[in-house]
Design a protein around this ligand. Structure first.
Ligand code: SF4
Ligand code: F3S
Ligand code: FES
Length: 244
């Protein structure tokens, strides 16, 4: 039996912080479900046929760009990778917390990610001068795979929205930031030591602020092993600090 044709009631927490007259409120839209409907398709249907002012973000529609994160029945997820058939006919949508609200379901993850990235010096520190004529360096496939696995993060912000520490501490770099550091720690081209990394994440806004709540890992749409990475980094940072 197909569920196509169900009458869905999609409620959206709406607010436009740029409009002084706007008050946060919930608006409910009726949508007829179609086969394979995602929340992205449902929201597009609403915007095209009911309310062109509804704000939400998307770019890729394929779980790659990280733009469409939102709270779906209170849990972070990607609208483009979430099918309506997996829910009852009443669905509640709200913007991701922690990030600056742009309007309705649209939040500014970019500015947050940039701040985190700047704080963590999140780029490869090789000490080498770029030479575009040089041959590419060889790398063992297993190592390349290990780095690639950690590089799969799409900066969607779901791990931040799912983390109580991130909601209490403005400067907490979160699982996305700690995963980024883990990515550079396993890359032998990065010449930074554990002591250097300790300077970046050896405090309560870094690895010691994590309370192992694991919401990050539970709601990461890319299924990154965030808890394992954080535990590994924490061990390394404790050892680095004990060596002074
Ligand atoms: Fe999104 Fe996962 Fe990256 Fe967090 S670690 S930003 S949940 S992809
Ligand atoms: Fe937050 Fe994940 Fe740690 S949810 S407290 S970063 S294990
Ligand atoms: Fe790109 Fe959803 S639109 S991840």
């Amino acid at each position: 039996m197909t569920e196509s044709g169900r009458a869905l009631r999609i409620s959206v927490l709406r607010h436009n912080p740029n409009d002084p007259d706007s008050e946060p409120h919930i608006q409910t839209f009726n949508v007829t479900e179609t086969a394979g409907m995602t929340l992205f398709i449902a929201l597009t249907d609403i915007r095209e046929n009911q309310d062109p002012t509804l704000q939400f973000d998307f770019v890729c529609r394929a779980g790659i760009c990280g733009s469409c994160g939102m709270l779906i029945n209170g849990k972070p997820g990607l609208a483009c990778r979430t099918q309506t058939k997996d829910f009852d006919d009443e669905i509640m949508l709200a913007p991701l917390p922690v990030f600056r609200l742009i309007g309705d379901l649209s939040v500014d993850t970019g500015a947050w990610m940039q701040r985190m990235s700047d704080r963590l010096d999140a780029w490869l520190h090789t000490g080498l001068t770029a030479n575009v004529n040089a041959l590419e360096e060889r790398m063992e496939p297993a190592l390349a795979q290990e780095i690639y696995e950690l590089d799969r993060c799409i900066e969607c912000g779901c791990c931040i929205a799912a983390c109580a520490t991130a909601q209490m501490r403005d400067d907490f770099v979160g699982a996305v930031g700690l995963n980024r550091i883990a990515r550079f720690r396993v890359d032998p081209r990065d010449q930074r030591s554990d002591a250097d990394m300790y300077e970046l994440i050896g405090d309560d806004d870094g690895v010691f602020g994590c309370m192992t709540l694991l919401g990050c890992e539970d709601y990461c749409p890319k299924q990154l092993s965030l808890g394992t990475q954080i535990a590994w980094l924490r061990r390394r940072m404790v050892i680095a600090s004990s060596r002074g």
